[in-house]
Design a binder for this molecule. Sequence first.
Ligand SMILES: N[C@@H](CCC(=O)N[C@@H](CS)C(=O)NCC(=O)O)C(=O)O
Length: 86
Amino acid sequence: MPKKPEKMLELYQYEECPYCKAVRTKLTDLGITYIIHNTPREREERDEVQKVSGQKFVPVLVDPNTDTMIADDDEKANEYLEKQYG
Ligand SMILES: N[C@@H](CCC(=O)N[C@@H](CS)C(=O)NCC(=O)O)C(=O)O
């Protein structure tokens, strides 16, 4: 049986970002309910992303269950999700 996360995962993203879409799709495919933080499209305005990840690119995936933060790498985020919850 796939594991379900106890605490909700969080995704910092914006809708049209193709890398963000890849991570949203993976989360949906795995049946994971998660929190979306919609970030500004303008990179310089992404202060929350900077605070959480130390940089301003999205997607940023945060998993409080394992103290994991993956920034600016959709493939790494999806590999992590598959390994952890697939
Ligand atoms: N290699 C990254 C690429 C991430 C990326 O380029 N994200 C874009 C949005 S689609 C970004 O934040 N670009 C900076 C900007 O919008 O100025 C990944 O695999 O997720």
